[in-house]
Structure formats: C-alpha cells, structure tokens
Design a protein around this ligand. Sequence first.
Ligand code: NDP
Length: 450
Amino acid sequence: MSYQYDLFVIGAGSGGVRAARMSARFGARVAIAEDRYLGGTCVNAGCIPKKLLVYAAHYAEDFEDARAFGWSGINPEFDWRTLVANKDQEIRRLNGIYRNLLQTAGVEVINGRAVLQDPHTVMVGDRSYTAERILIATGGRPYLPDIPGKEHVITSDAAFHLEQLPKQIIIVGGGYIAVEFAGIFNGLGVETTLLYRGELFLRGFDAETRHFLAEQIRKKGIKLLFNTNLTQVRKAGLEYAVRTTTGEELPADAIMYATGRVPNIENMGIAELGLVLNKKGALVVNADYQTSSPTIYAIGDVTDRYNLTPVATAEGTTFARNQFSTQALRVDYHNIPTCIFSQPNMAMVGLTEEQAREQNLDPVIYKTTFTPLKHTLTKNPEKTFMKLIVDRATDRVLGAHMVGAEAGEIIQGIAIALNTGVTKAQFDATIGIHPTLAEEFVTMREPAAP
Ligand code: NDP
C-alpha cells in the first residue's frame, strides 16, 4: 500500500517540529498539521514568553541594587502594554522562523485541526491525508479544577495577555508555573499571594532547597500561604473575594490557577481509535514512542512523562533517527536538569537528598549558604544556597541543587559532569573561576553535619 506521506505529525510544538524536520532531512516525506500556533506551548505560552517576563520583573531589583553602586536619579516607570507588545512581536518572529525551518526542510505545513480516521489516515478540515506513520505531539493545556467561581479565574495562557497588570493577584498552585508567575507579578509591583494546598511548594524537589527558596521568596515580598487552598471565588465590586480553606477571605483583582497541565487529546479521534491512555488521560507509549496502535506514535507532554521542552525535542530527534535513519538512539532520562525561573532561580540535577536515602544509598551532604558578592554592597537580602549529594561508597556526585542568581545556567554545566559519572574528588580537583557563584560548587570541602 502506498501512502501520501511517510510521516504525518499532529502538533507543531517543540517535539513535533523537531521530529518533522529531522525525518524530512533523513529523506522522509513529511507533513505537519497545527491548528493554533507554530512552536507550541514553549514558544507561544510557555518557556519563551515566561522567561521574557522574568527578565522584565528582575529589573525592579536591579534598579534598586544599582543605587549601592553609585547610580542615582533612577526613577523608572513600568509599562505592561509595552512589554506585552514587544514579547508578542518576538513570538511572531519565532513563529515565522519555525515555519521557515519546516519549509526549508521540505515539510508540508498544514493549518488546521487533524483528526485521526484510522491508523494511516488523518482528516484536516474536509481533506484526508494518508501516511505510513502518524506522530501525535499535541502537548498539554492548563488544568483548572472545578471550584465555585471558576469563571473568574485565569490560567497561564491568559496571564501572558492581560489587558492591564492587576494590583493584587492570588496564585493557586505550588508547581513551576505558580512559583515562576508569583516572581514575575511580584517583581512587576503586583501585591502577590501564593496559595498552596500542601506543607511546602515544589513537591518532589529537594526539601531543604525548597525551604531555602521559600525563605528568599518571602523576603522579596511574596505572601506564601501553605496548607491553604481556595474554596470559592466571588465577584466583589470591581474585584474578587477569594475564600480559603483556613476561613480567610482575601481580596484580589486577578486570580490565577497554576494547578498542573493535562494532555491535549480531545476531539482528534483518539478515543474513537481506542488508543490506550493512562489514568491522567495521557497516551501510553513503549520505548519506541509507539502507542497501542503500532503505526501511531506519540512524544512530549501528550505522553505526560517529563513535561519539559528539551525532553520533547530529544524525543523528536530520537523518533526521527530510529524511524528514518540507521543511527538508532534512546533518550537517556537520567539526570534531567531543570530550573524553576523564580527570583532567585532554583535549579537541580540528579537525586534529592530524600531520594538518595529512599534508594538506601548513604549520601554525604555538602552545602553552603552565602551572600553573593554583588549583594555585599546592596541592601538586597538575597542569599545563595548550594548543595551536593555524594554517594559515600563510590564518591560519585548523585545530585546538585542551587538557589541563586542564574542557577539554571550553572546547573546546566554541572549536569554534563553528572552524566559522565563525576566524583566529588573531581569536583575538588577542578579550579574555580573567581569570583563567581559557581566556584562554590568546587570549593565545598567539609560535609555538613548529619
Ligand atoms: P505542576 O504539576 O508543576 O504543579 C501543579 C501544582 O498544582 C502542584 O503544586 C499541585 O499540588 C497543585 N494542584 C494540583 N491540583 C490541584 C488542585 N485541584 N487544587 C489545588 N492545587 C492543585 O504544574 P504547573 O502547572 O506548575 O506546570 C506544569 C508542567 O509544566 C510542570 O510539571 C513542568 O513539567 C512544566 N513547566 C516547566 C517549566 C520549567 O522548566 N521551568 C516552567 C513551567 C512549566 P501538589 O503538589 O499537592 O500535587
């Protein structure tokens, strides 16, 4: 049987675009369908615009810190609309780049919603397309629990396009998005409260590091209410009133939910074809990204495993190589570094102290807390924290954690070392770059008291 395409990709986000481009480079005939925006969540409503807003927010304390370095006459005014317009212009540029990349690679770009008809056929509008393989890379979208007054709340999607900056915002959730947006709004001068239902936000990350971040964030002026959830939102004049599980009623003129994301699988024929989903509604795939229908594959957030852009692109690369080249590959899911772009950043790679103990390893802990050189002159109370988890038996560094300026940049380098099985002795033998924050990672000599 001959098909129009070797590969039909549904979803032009990070994973889908990478898979489509690379497959085409390997000689495959490829089409990609997208019904929203090229570049997916990362480019349009995620990593990229978020990081631009993080930069914007950070200026507030940069201006303040500058006074200690002799700068005066600083009286800046912030205009939200200018920021949103500039960010949107950059996103449009990126959308164009994505289109060019796909077209240059010889991928046919189809605008519209793709609906699976059978294991080799997809409909977009009233046109049908056949392909030997179909790849689903439709990502995820914000999850909003059912709460009274839900119509009054926004998610990160809308937060990127607010008409105006609120004066007071309540953010619900304790994951990446809640913590990052709390830092953004607070930096931009919004009175910010974060409600998290558990004891301490960022569940799953290193406990001591989370505590340290909470302390830094509180110092920046964000109100952190843990063991607290929202029970109801109601309109109160021009604002909203938020009722909490602790019986408080809090005013706000915006309420943002950041309570996780769910896979995008609706109305695309997945249920009709009977593809196997897990409890969270994500597509179940094997090690080759094959769904329960052997010619249909899935990568990225729609499989809800490691919902990170670089993982989706790695899966796209791997899929393309395995299907259309002779260079078989497997993604190494160990030691995936990650960063929460809070203010300051929190980044990590490898095991947390808790995970090392759960795995019955005997971890030796090295840690340091210090005032960054920059803030020896300023009144900024921000401190930096670093922690290494080392296996006593082998001296291998199992995990590295940091809260501090540019922690994401620093941990990225350390992730390379961890992937090569670096030992603490090799950290110690590495000469530092002085004066940097990062050099502290190679100068922690004494283990912390158990
Ligand atoms: P996360 O899964 O990280 O966090 C969800 C948060 O919402 C948790 O704190 C969770 O609490 C809480 N929550 C879930 N359901 C409810 C509920 N019904 N009521 C109250 N609270 C609830 O999701 P995010 O939305 O923050 O981010 C989605 C994903 O996007 C992340 O997992 C990450 O993979 C990715 N991402 C990555 C970024 C980066 O790399 N910098 C940035 C942004 C997103 P509990 O802990 O108790 O379950």
